[in-house]
Write a protein of this length. Structure first.
Length: 182
């Protein structure tokens, strides 16, 4: 399974999502990456994003950004975006991936609903539980609250990056808690 995080420049939010999720999924065979809709190819992670990751002992010094391509999108099994405009960009670039593309907080809400409704009980691996949420999303979506974008902190102060990091981590923890086998 390949999980792809998508934001605009792939230097602030999606690298945090990628590197945090890699930590959460380190004991699995799930591949995690990120890209940006307007990507800044080979650019290092933003200093404040690196600082946020350093707070939880994640070294981001080797990270380099990349621009989202059709091939990258089509290689993903789950695409988690930071803004609705990123979801739209993915669906325009790779229309076949529409059903696997979600706003990050929206997917977290879907995971929580599916878990609480017992819809994941018969699945035993993290991958199979994620796939079950994706497969159920169309049916379940009307039952979950509407999620908001995670705002872009680029060009803003440290507090804006802290908020983006907290929002990202909150959604990832919600996903991981929901898909953990009880």
């Amino acid at each position: 399974m390949h999980i792809l995080f998508v934001c605009s420049g792939n230097i602030c939010r999606s690298p945090m999502g990628e590197l945090l999720m890699k930590r959460y999924l380190q004991s699995t065979n799930i591949f995690v990456s990120s890209a940006g809709t307007i990507g800044l190819p080979s650019h290092p992670i933003a200093a404040h994003s690196a600082e946020m990751l350093n707070l939880v002992n994640i070294d981001s010094s080797a990270f380099r950004s990349r621009r989202l391509t059709k091939q990258i999108a089509e290689s993903a099994d789950l695409i988690l975006c930071y803004e609705k405009k990123h979801c739209a960009a993915v669906s325009q670039l790779a229309p076949a991936k529409m059903r696997q593309t979600f706003l990050l907080p929206d997917f977290a809400n879907l995971c929580q609903y599916c878990s609480q409704a017992g819809m994941l009980d018969r699945y035993y691996t993290v991958e199979s539980r994620i796939r079950a949420v994706i497969a159920s999303a169309f049916t379940v979506r009307p039952m979950v609250s509407v999620a908001e974008d995670i705002p872009d902190p680029v060009g803003k102060d440290r507090q804006a990056f802290y908020q983006a990091a907290c929002s990202t981590n909150f959604a990832l923890k919600q996903i991981m808690t929901s898909i953990a086998k009880q």
